[in-house]
Design a protein around this ligand. Structure first.
Ligand code: UDP
Length: 334
């Protein structure tokens, strides 16, 4: 196994989307491991607050711009000798991409130009953030990377254009890995949660529920609440992504990144209410029309390639997340 404590010392690591929820937590970890981080973000969904503590640090550079613009990317690669890339910049959020599906198309330009430039500059490896959305409405649980369940294999399984872009991205990554001498790995992230995640109406369920509870409002559950997701804490997601970067045997692979445990949304709401100590009951509202009912990854491949997997301590991690929002929401109001 690669040693993530040592192998990144003095390496130049480019993180696209580095001011986002996952990207900024990744930047923190990379810096703590001795890497120099070049963080790119256009602040469409990324936030300055997520990285303000890093600005001015010796090993951190922020470049504001759009990763889908080739001139911007070329300049970065000319200025810095990039060893590794985490390509995390993308349009995201079910509500946002459903309201405006074409928003995701320019993300293909970013993928295209990044690979072309990275290959020319002899980058050592790229980690591409894909998504569990790649499985679309597949019901063959647990969702497995290599058995053709992806929506592209089935035209009637059409979740979002977003998912198609991720699948095309994975395919391009693999092509460069197999035929053009540029190591890559694609990671299908299941539902990540933790500090800094968006909690607005465009946000994600853990942040949304916590914000509602902190505002004294009941969590709003879509449908019957028996839909399931696999919730992985941000620190685990970040650690596994770095492991995937450093592990040579991941080259050319697509890997699910999750805990391997289904949680219903009702259960999630109850856990959060319990730890908040608030006397509230969830309310049930109309289903989302684009709801995926069950989602659960097969994590056999992740365990084989990246080590033992993840300690399953959902309640502790929800508590840490809740505390973070509590402190930060009060800070914002002060
Ligand atoms: N969800 C909910 N109420 C909300 C937000 C989300 O019940 O206010 C549910 C949603 O129906 C889905 C799950 O939480 O089953 C995760 O939603 P999210 O948008 O966070 O991520 P998704 O997995 O759908 O991309």
């Amino acid at each position: 196994m690669a040693n993530i404590e040592n192998d990144l010392k003095s390496k130049n690591v480019l993180v696209t989307g580095g001011a986002g929820f996952i990207g900024s937590n990744l930047c923190d970890k990379l810096i703590s491991l001795g890497a120099a981080v070049i963080c790119l973000d256009n602040f469409f969904t990324g936030k300055k607050d997520n990285i303000s503590h890093l600005i001015g640090q010796e090993n951190f550079v922020l470049k504001e711009g759009d990763v889908n613009q080739p001139e911007f990317l070329e300049k970065i690669f000319d200025e810095y000798n990039i060893d590794y890339v985490f390509h995390y910049a993308a349009v995201l959020g079910v509500k946002r991409v459903t309201e405006n599906p074409l928003l995701v198309l320019p993300d293909l330009d970013g993928i295209r130009h990044l690979l072309r430039i990275a290959q020319a500059k002899k980058v050592k490896k790229i980690v591409f953030a894909s998504s569990s959305e790649a499985y679309g409405f597949s019901t063959a649980l647990p969702l497995k990377e290599d058995d053709g369940q992806e929506l592209i294999a089935n035209q009637s399984n059409h979740a979002h254009l977003y998912a198609l872009i991720k699948l095309i991205g994975e395919k391009i990554m693999k092509t460069y890995n197999d035929h053009y001498g540029l190591p890559t790995v694609s990671l299908r992230f299941f539902n990540v949660f933790g500090p800094r995640q968006e909690s607005s109406a465009y946000g994600f369920v853990v942040g949304v529920f916590i914000k509602q509870i902190l505002d004294g409002q009941p969590p709003t559950i879509y449908g019957d609440g028996y839909q399931t997701r696999d919730f992985i804490y941000i620190d685990d997601n970040v650690r596994l992504a770095i492991q995937a970067l450093l592990e040579e045997k991941t080259n050319g692979e697509v890997i699910n990144i999750g805990v391997g445990r289904q949680t219903t949304i009702v259960d999630l709401a109850e856990r959060l209410l319990r730890l908040s100590g608030q006397d509230l009951r969830p309310v049930f509202i109309k289903d989302r029309s684009y709801e995926i009912k069950y989602r659960s990854p097969d994590v056999t491949k992740m365990r084989r390639l990246l080590g033992d997997g993840i300690a399953d301590n959902l309640d502790d991690n929800l508590k840490k997340t809740y505390e973070w929002y509590r402190k930060n929401m009060f800070k914002q109001k002060a």
